[in-house]
Design a protein around this ligand. Structure first.
Ligand SMILES: *Cc1c(COP(=O)(O)O)cnc(C)c1O
Length: 399
């Protein structure tokens, strides 16, 4: 007998974004006036019509097990959304409802991966991808993108990285942490490589409704039959409807993959919460005016935060076009002096900001980029202004 734990489990890195948020909370509890740019969730309440649908579900006794892969009402609502927003035809037997987008990704990789299969992940990436892939028995292969390319994977880079072990590539648009959107042209070039090399695309489109300015969100699966057949499209309600705590995500895929994911889910978690599913039906089918209000507020904050970052010394950013983050290049901060201390990493910068300036930012080493920080603008414009004033003060202090 051995008391050793699972090597896979022990190797999992705890989420560093949650750690920053926890630290900010702790300082706040001590009475400190902390500005938290760490938030990975909208600061708005879930809209009333959605909450009321949940209350009605409870009062109606809709509190029992549902089919493991979700109720038909919700699959139909998701199918309609896929058609209208994404120009994608997924019938209800191609849709699996799960306990959040993160769970959908877990289902996807559990369904796709055999031990040792490789998954290509463009960096910067959402920090959970490599861990989810490893837990499913796969091997993450990181491709570091460039600022010049808007931190987006190019078709050439993808083609070079594919080998006989490659199972899939993850494309996250709009992107967390960069706020970038892939253009149709970029996606077409990637799709050509995917089809030629016969691999899968996992398209994480969690922020599809949080897109600002002229550029439109494009779903890679909508670009033709061959790429449609090789794509698993993943989204959810957490970010667009401010429903992070409700835990509803979903996928559109081939029937075969949907069946495999549904079976996996039936043993691991059974159905997603019955009440949250009813709330999700209302979110998708009900009035969308609250989504538009949240969107407009995010856009205001986005423009403000981008303008302020551009005016600061030693840092720069590309204008974010989606999600609610700005990805700040802080490489010039490294080597500068803060009082008597020479800064040798952005982690140090983040530590000084939280300890001396009561301002929490996320250093992005766990996102695959160790000279950048991520600021979330899912906080009020007053908070953003206060936090940026402090950050500017810190930067002006550096010698
Ligand atoms: C938040 C997020 C998800 C998953 O969200 P859930 O809360 O699990 O629904 C997936 N992908 C990205 C890039 C995210 O930022």
């Amino acid at each position: 007998m051995s008391l050793e734990l699972s090597k896979k489990a022990v190797a999992v890195k705890p989420s560093s974004t949650l750690a920053i948020t926890a630290k900010a909370k702790e300082l706040r509890a001590q009475g400190k006036d902390v500005v938290g740019f760490g938030a990975g969730e909208p600061d708005f309440n879930t809209p009333d019509n959605i909450c009321n649908a949940a209350i009605t579900a409870i009062q109606d006794g809709f509190t029992k097990y549902t089919p493991a892969s979700g109720i038909n009402d919700l699959k139909e609502a998701v199918s309609k959304k896929f058609k209208e927003l994404n120009h994608l035809d997924y019938g209800i037997d191609q849709i699996v409802i799960s306990n959040g987008g993160k769970h959908s990704l877990t289902n996807i990789f559990t369904a796709l991966i055999n031990p040792g299969d490789e998954v290509i992940i463009p960096a910067p990436f959402w920090l959970s991808y490599p861990e989810i892939v490893k837990l499913a028995g796969g091997v993450p292969v990181i491709i570091t993108t460039t600022k010049e390319q808007g931190y987006k994977l190019t078709a050439e880079e993808l083609e070079k990285a594919v080998n006989e072990k490659t199972k899939a590539v993850i494309i996250n648009t709009p992107n967390n942490p960069t706020g970038m959107l892939y253009t149709e042209e970029e996606l077409r070039a990637i799709a050509d490589v995917v089809v030629k090399k016969d691999i899968y695309v996992v398209a994480d489109e969690m922020y599809e409704q949080l897109v600002y300015g002229e550029q439109k969100h494009i779903s890679i699966a909508s670009l033709g039959k061959d790429i449609y057949d090789r794509t698993i499209t993943c989204s959810g309600l957490a970010k667009s409807y401010s429903m992070t705590g409700w835990r509803i995500g979903y996928t559109g895929s081939s029937k075969e993959i949907a069946k495999a994911m549904g079976s996996v889910q039936s043993h691991q978690t059974s159905n997603p919460n019955s009440i949250a599913q009813k709330a999700a039906v209302e979110a998708l089918n009900g009035p969308q005016d609250s989504v538009e209000k949240m969107h407009a507020e995010f856009d205001k904050r986005r423009q403000y935060i981008y303008k302020r970052i551009c005016e600061m010394p030693l840092v720069s950013a590309i204008e974010p076009k989606g999600a609610f983050y700005i990805f700040v290049d802080a490489s010039e901060v490294i080597g500068k002096k803060y009082h008597t201390q020479t800064l040798d990493s952005v982690e140090q910068m983040a530590e000084i900001l939280i300890n001396d300036y009561n301002t929490a930012v996320v250093p992005c080493a766990d996102f695959g980029f160790d000279k950048h920080i991520r600021l979330s603008y899912a906080i009020s414009i007053e908070q953003i202004e206060k936090g940026l004033d402090r950050m500017q003060q810190f930067l002006e202090e550096l010698k």
